[in-house]
Design a protein around this ligand. Structure first.
Ligand code: G3H
Ligand code: 13P
Ligand code: ZN
Length: 332
């Protein structure tokens, strides 16, 4: 058993309480690689922001759970080396799908886990979440649950339609499961294609797709029923059009990729939404920089030559999210 406390990590409890009171949201950035980790830590330290570094089941398979855990411990030490006296870094399991996976993470240094029972029938979701909560709370690990289904791909569970969270269920669900935070479905979705062109309108000036608005009425109804309770938004990448354009201009093919407009995430950050998940935007920033580099410097073959601009581009994106969208800067 390795407690996250030995690694210098923190859980989400105090972080979320402060974020709700302060009207901002904590960035939850997925990571799989060294360069993502470095960019996340540099961005968090430079902006004085708390940060959630999250690992999916796919990331564990790709990078190895043990390595990722040491990377998170390394992240804390790296933040201190960069001059941050009191880094607030959470190591979080994203979309855990079984009790066993959550337990393994809790036993191995994670300070927060998500148990995603959103594809299960309601009572089974409660039972599974409760089982994880009972185990996690013995070690002061916080637990995120999910109610409602996002459209797109929830890891291996593909869902073509989104089922918005039903506000009338949230009090019963959170009370009986004991979860510490709740991911809800109000129209966000995973990946770089969040909406089909048919679901969008087109901006007549730019020809760009304009997605339908998030269901803020549902969010506000949930806030009313669960005052002060931490709410999480998954699938919150904005799919920056300049990154998509760079990718497409350098041999990529991402037609009609579209995300959640930043002004809507800015608005959500001021509410009880205190954790906003971003993965695809980091993938796009990395891919855009690498494609551009290969196009402009076809003779380069040392990975450091193209991973350095990729890391810089991700860092710029992380800083932008923290300062311009979520408002979690200057909170340490
Ligand atoms: O919600 C999904 C995250 O973007 C993680 O994606 O399962 O491909 O690592 P992944
Ligand atoms: P995006 O695909 O919008 O980045 O969402 C990531 C996410 O929700 C991770 O759990
Ligand atoms: Zn997600």
């Amino acid at each position: 058993m390795t407690s996250y406390k030995e690694l210098g990590l923190v859980n989400t409890r105090e972080m979320f309480a402060k974020a709700i009171a302060g009207g901002y949201a904590i960035p939850a950035f997925n990571f799989n690689t060294l360069e993502q980790m470095q960019a996340i830590v540099q961005a968090a330290v430079e902006t004085k922001s708390p940060v959630i570094m999250q690992v999916s089941k796919g990331a564990r398979n790709y990078a190895n759970g043990t390595i990722l855990r040491y990377m998170a411990q390394g992240a804390v030490e790296y933040a201190k080396e960069l001059g941050c006296k009191n880094p607030q870094i959470v190591l979080h399991l994203d979309h855990g799908d079984t009790f066993e996976l959550c337990k393994d993470c809790i036993d191995n240094g994670f300070s927060s886990v998500m148990i995603d029972g959103s594809s299960l029938p309601y009572e089974e979701n409660i039972a599974l979440t409760k089982k994880v909560v009972e185990y996690a709370h013995q070690f002061d690990v916080t637990v995120e649950a999910e109610l409602g289904v996002l459209a797109g791909v929830e890891d291996e569970v593909a869902s073509e339609v989104s089922h918005y969270t039903k506000p009338e269920e949230v009090v019963d669900f959170s009370t009986r499961s004991g979860c510490d935070s709740l991911a809800i479905s109000i129209g966000t979705s995973h990946g770089a294609y969040k909406f089909t062109p048919e679901q969008c309108t087109r901006d007549p000036k730019t020809g760009r797709l304009v997605p339908p608005p998030l269901a803020f009425d549902i969010l506000h109804e949930i806030e009313k029923r669960l005052p002060g309770f931490p709410i999480v938004l998954h699938g919150s990448s904005s799919v920056p059009q300049e990154e998509v354009d760079t990718i497409n201009a350098h041999g990529g093919k991402l037609p009609d990729a579209v995300g959640i407009p930043e002004e809507q995430l800015r608005e959500a950050s001021k509410s009880a939404v205190c954790k906003i998940n971003i993965d695809s935007d980091s993938r796009l920033a990395m891919t855009a920089a690498i494609r551009k580099h290969f196009d402009e410097k076809p003779g380069d073959f040392d990975p450091r030559q193209y991973l350095k601009p990729a890391r810089e581009n991700m860092k710029k994106m992380y800083i932008h999210k923290i300062v311009e969208v979520l408002g979690s800067n200057n909170k340490l």
